[in-house]
Ligand binder design. Structure first.
Ligand code: ATP
Ligand code: MG
Length: 753
């Protein structure tokens, strides 16, 4: 079979071992995803397995469609019929078919994170709780964490440990919010993202016949990026594979970066226990990157204690040394990155799409975007505020959602008085309250509004109901595109945007047109059998951030490291390598957190094929103020033989702002001269404080100027200033060994001494 020649011996072994459980744990770039792809091709082509019997779970839908195309290239169109997608998209499809067994209609709505948080906000308000204590974000992640560990609201409320935990966190009503939230979702015929997995588990647990059906259907189950599955996902795959046991998982413990969302590296370790016949394959040869990059990445990950030992090597050339870029400010960092891309493109005849710029947090993109724009370099941002999160898009989508499901409360709230039709907030609240207090479906309340609203408002609500009914009829008769166009026009939404002649207004109008184009594309695509509005909405609800970009334009990719998983680029910039930014201050409560940040750094560096740049700035605007930054401790962990400090200019600046000592433009192995300067080292690792044995963070609500405090990393210091900026309370503290630092009190762990 000639396609098998594209594999090395262990890869080939993994591809050919089709029966029984198999786990591949291997380093970055060693061909894990490639093995999955070839394995599916092999199952279909050589073993004659029906593609419908193969289920392949990937990290993004884009990864799935890429995999599908690769398989098609290997064996032809047959590959189309395999089940491929993210956990969420595959199991949403299954839930659509089986939802009635769980008491949901098949047209249930999928709430995105914004919808979930908005619902939580309403609930907190209705319960008359303080939304500064019960912040929608905090409540949402607490509930999400529970669901990912399969803790239902009933279990949550009855668990004494959880209760104690919430009480200690001064949030004793969390369980009640969780309960109210689930009830409201149910009433709205809606599931949030976590419910898609949670409810699949419930479905499989309570309906053995349904489980059996899917166990028979999916004779082969494959999971990519297994290290980042949570308990809920793990149990689903385990149950599905229980009969045939043909389960193949691939992953890299060194790339586990989603613990904060409930991913559990234990899944890798448990796998061996769950399947005593497990075959384990190791892949160690990296095909992606140069020797310098592979060795640098190895030196970084070696600092982590918790890891399975691997020896990643490559036959590729040494390649260029990694370049360390030091900038005077975040803006200069942006300019240096942009001008480097400009030069490299010219010198090496590269495309924009050969470059990626990776950062720890989305907000870092601003300075970089500005610089790229100034140099006319086309870029695209993956993640961040994406197309589908824009207000005008959410508004039109809310109309479409509501037409498909009239119980959808979040959609209702968005559109009931937009465009304005004279239905005030108090009328809306009256309708909602009667729906909840008397447990009447929202739609019924709307159609009886006359009985408790005043004449004018009641008429407006009646008009709204007529409008929705006419849209419903339209939707039943027509395809998604025709229905959506009618909704956009007749709701008045398009007119409202059209009449706004500002640049932003024009943009919004164009965005809505763009959404309609996307729907047209969906309808015209022969792969989509169901062309109804409901089917389109489901497809959209499940796009992950990575799926949303369009590939046609040649653009530099900007994204967070989290979304770069599994991808590769010829040249990669990892920016903002500064203490407190990366590793992130927010994530640094323990050794485990530091190790997760380090794995993130490992993921970032291993995206690069030919050339890697690491950069940091000496000053940066954060939280609305100019802060002095120290180079990240991670920079010192890179093998000095693989990296050099080079002189690069930010174009518009005209002059370089490198410090004297490390701007000698040294080509060759100059090692780490920039960082070994004593003054800089002093602040990174030399004197890091060891917290006192009785260290326990104090409540900082009453922190005042003049108090003495202990910080787990910076040691002892005196509070110089306490200030409130928006919702943030901050303190400037003069540390004995680390100088003045401004800390956000909601994150900083401080002990008042
Ligand atoms: P990650 O951990 O980042 O997800 P991975 O282990 O999934 O990486 P792949 O993306 O499958 O690695 O492979 C990395 C690169 O190496 C790809 O460009 C792939 O095509 C190439 N590659 C893998 N194995 C071989 C091989 N045997 N021969 C040639 N190229 C290979
Ligand atoms: Mg991969």
């Amino acid at each position: 079979m000639d396609y098998l020649e594209g594999l090395n011996p262990p890869q080939r072994e993994a591809v050919e071992h089709t029966e029984g459980p198999l786990m591949i744990i291997a380093g970055a770039g060693s061909g894990k995803t490639r093995v999955l792809t070839y394995r599916i091709a092999h199952l279909i082509h050589a073993k004659g397995i029906d593609p419908f019997q193969i289920l392949s779970l990937t990290f993004t839908n884009k990864a799935a469609s890429e995999m599908r195309h690769r398989i098609e290239r290997l064996i032809g169109l047959e590959a189309r019929n395999t089940w491929m997608g993210t956990f969420h998209s595959i199991f949403a499809k299954i839930l659509r078919v089986e939802s009635e067994k769980l008491g949901f209609p098949s047209n249930f709505t999928i709430y995105d994170t914004d919808d979930s948080k908005s619902l939580i906000k309403s609930i907190v308000k209705e319960m008359r709780l303080d939304d500064k204590v019960y912040k929608p974000n905090t409540v949402w992640s607490r509930i999400s964490g529970a669901k990912n560990r399969l803790i239902s609201w009933e279990n949550y409320i009855n668990d004494p440990y959880i209760k104690a935990d919430d009480e200690a966190a001064m949030k004793p009503r969390m369980g009640e919010i969780y309960r109210a939230y689930q009830k409201r979702l149910f009433k709205s015929s809606a599931m949030d993202f976590d419910d898609l997995l949670f409810n699949t588990n419930v479905l499989f647990r309570d309906h053995p016949d349904v489980l059996n059906k899917y166990q028979q259907r999916f004779r082969y189950v494959l999971v990519d990026e297994f290290q980042d599955t949570n308990l809920s996902q793990y149990l689903i795959t385990k149950k599905l594979a229980a009969v045939h046991q043909n389960i193949c998982v691939v992953g890299d413990d060194a790339q586990s970066i989603y613990a904060f969302r409930g991913a559990d590296i234990q899944n890798i370790l448990n796998f061996e226990k769950d399947y005593p016949d497990l075959e384990v394959v190791k892949l160690e040869q990296n095909y992606r990157s140069t020797k310098n990059i592979v060795e640098a990445a190895n030196s970084i990950i070696a600092k982590n204690k918790a890891q399975l030992k691997k020896n990643v090597w490559t036959q590729n050339d040494n390649g260029d040394l990694i370049e360390l870029i030091k900038a005077a400010s975040d803006n200069e960092e942006g300019r240096m990155v942009a001008s480097t891309i400009f030069e490299e493109k010219n010198n090496k005849k590269l495309e924009n799409s050969d470059f990626a710029i990776l950062y720890r947090t989305n907000s870092q993109s601003r300075a970089i975007e500005e610089a790229l724009r100034k140099m006319n370099i086309t870029y695209k941002i993956v993640g961040g505020l994406s197309f589908y999160q824009r207000k005008e898009i959410k508004d039109l989508m809310a109309y479409m959602r509501y037409v498909v499901n009239q119980d959808d409360e979040e959609a209702f709230k968005r559109i009931i008085n937009y465009p304005k039709r004279g239905i005030g907030a108090s009328s809306v609240e009256k309708m909602m309250v009667s729906a909840y207090e008397h447990d009447i479906p929202l739609w019924k309340v709307i159609n009886n509004a006359g009985s408790f609203l005043s004449g004018r408002a009641a008429n407006a609500v009646a008009d709204f109901s007529t409008l929705i009914k006419s849209f419903k009829m339209e939707t039943e008769r027509k395809d998604a595109y025709e229905a959506a166009s009618a909704i956009a026009k007749q709701s008045g939404l398009l007119r409202e945007l059209y009449e706004d002649k500002t640049i932003e207004g024009l943009n919004r109008y164009e965005n809505v047109q763009e959404l309609l184009n996307a729907i047209k594309e969906y309808v015209d695509n022969p792969e989509n059998e169901d062309k109804s509005l409901g089917a389109f909405l489901q497809e959209i609800a499940l796009l992950t951030d990575n799926d949303r970009d369009k590939d046609e334009v040649d653009a530099v990719t900007l994204m967070t490291i989290h979304s770069s998983k599994g991808l590769e680029f010829r040249q990669v910039f990892v920016v903002g390598l500064e203490e407190d930014l990366f590793p992130s201050q927010m994530m640094m409560q323990s050794r485990e957190d530091l190790e997760e940040e380090r794995r993130l750094f490992y993921v970032a560096t291993t995206r690069a094929m030919e050339k890697l740049y690491l950069s940091y700035a000496i000053t940066r605007y954060r939280f609305g103020r100019l802060l002095n930054c120290e180079p990240s401790r991670f920079l010192e962990e890179v093998d000095p033989n693989c990296i050099k400090v080079t002189k690069r200019k930010g174009r518009q600046l005209g002059s370089s702002s490198f410090g004297q000592q490390n701007t000698n433009g040294s080509e060759g192995k100059s090692g780490f001269i920039g960082l070994k300067r004593p003054s800089m080292r002093a602040n990174t690792t030399a004197k890091v404080h060891t917290p006192s044995p009785d260290f326990k963070p104090s409540n900082t609500n009453n922190l005042m100027e003049g108090m003495k405090v202990e910080h787990p990393k910076f040691g002892y210091g005196k509070v110089l200033k306490v200030e409130i900026e928006g919702i943030n309370k901050k303190a400037t503290i003069g540390f004995d060994n680390f100088g003045d630092k401004t800390l956000l009190l909601s994150f900083a762990k401080l002990r008042i001494v």
